[in-house]
Design a protein around this ligand. Structure first.
Ligand code: C2E
Ligand code: MG
Ligand code: MG
Ligand code: MG
Length: 290
């Protein structure tokens, strides 16, 4: 008697699995569907001028809104998009969303800017730049208000990278190298790229004030960026002592949970309106010394 019941149970389980598989899209198909259904949303992380504590801009960070309301972080789906050629569509959606979300703020306040992450593929082909120009046309938003962040993976093909970055600069965009310090760019290769800024990866910011063997790396990175006359953004600033240290070394800009996480657009606009005015964090602002 047990044998037939066992077989019946096994058949039932297998049947159920097949049913579920048939009704489950592959992760890639789900991502394609999500793009079509506009289930990608952008959150904004404030960028702070460290000397004054003012909010001067934002980084656009993508989230995938699941039907159950859960938000997926880009680390879980951007790699998939990059492997499959979808990344161009995603860059297009991000810039469209930035325009839709923040157009009135960007047009009213020409000193405000938004940083957008472009993928290695966007840099290699230069197509991301065309997408961005199309999205910005007739919006009243200046190209100088869109900062492009590219990781060093985009610079592997140095010739095409240089072409894309040079065109970006000619169009008036600012260009920053993201996750700086985690790649393998040499000083001399950076020197030849038309860059405005580096964003120091948060793994280095994390070590500030600790005894970690890498904790001295951050001051070397800062010195190196200054030698190349690049502006510096510190990522992942979580504590006041990290912010103080960076301010002492005259790092200009910071982002991180000390100030704010990436937040939905409505919250960001209130944050910006409250924090765009200058209010010195210390009695003698380091800005006065320059
Ligand atoms: P990223 O450009 O280096 O962005 C910084 C990441 O650090 C973000 O993670 C941000 O939420 C997180 N972060 C910010 N402050 C803190 C902090 O104080 N502590 C900690 N622990 N984390 C902090 P997120 O949003 O998960 O994004 C991960 C990466 O995904 C980004 O790294 C970027 O490379 C990529 N990405 C995000 N949006 C886009 C996009 O629209 N297009 C492309 N191509 N890539 C994107
Ligand atoms: Mg970034
Ligand atoms: Mg980064
Ligand atoms: Mg990163």
């Amino acid at each position: 008697l047990f044998l037939p019941i066992g077989i019946l149970m096994a058949a039932l389980v297998i049947g159920l699995m097949l049913f579920r598989m048939r009704n489950r899209l592959s992760p890639l198909d789900e991502l394609i569907a999500a793009i079509k259904r506009h289930q990608l949303v952008v959150h904004y992380q404030p960028i702070i001028e460290l000397a004054s504590g003012r909010c001067i801009g934002a980084e656009a960070l993508l989230r995938w809104q699941q039907p159950d309301g859960e938000l997926l972080r880009p680390g879980l789906f951007i790699p998939l998009a990059e492997e499959s050629d979808l990344i161009g569509d995603i860059t297009g959606q991000v810039i469209d969303m930035v325009v839709r979300d923040l157009q009135s703020l960007l047009v009213k306040d020409h000193s405000f800017y938004v940083a957008i992450n472009v993928s290695a593929d966007d840099v290699k082909t230069g197509r991301g730049l065309d997408t961005i120009q199309r999205a910005l046309a007739d919006t009243g938003i200046g190209n100088h208000q869109i900062l492009l962040e590219a990781t060093e993976r985009g610079f592997v093909d140095a010739t095409s990278a240089r072409l894309t970055l040079r065109r970006a600069k000619e169009l008036g965009h600012m260009v920053a190298i993201d996750d700086f310090g985690t790649g393998y760019s040499s000083l001399s290769s950076l020197q030849r790229l038309p860059l405005d800024a580096v964003k120091i990866d948060r793994i280095f910011i994390n070590t500030i004030g600790t005894n970690a063997p890498t904790s001295s790396v951050v001051s070397h990175i800062i010195t190196m960026a200054k030698t190349l006359q690049l502006s510096i953004f510190a990522e992942g600033v979580e504590t006041q002592s990290q912010a103080d240290y960076l301010r002492q070394l005259k790092v200009e800009y910071g982002q991180g949970w000390l100030f704010s996480m990436a937040i939905p657009v409505g919250e960001f606009i209130s944050y910006y309106l409250k924090n765009r005015e200058l209010y010195p964090l210390e009695s003698a602002s380091p800005r006065d010394e320059n």
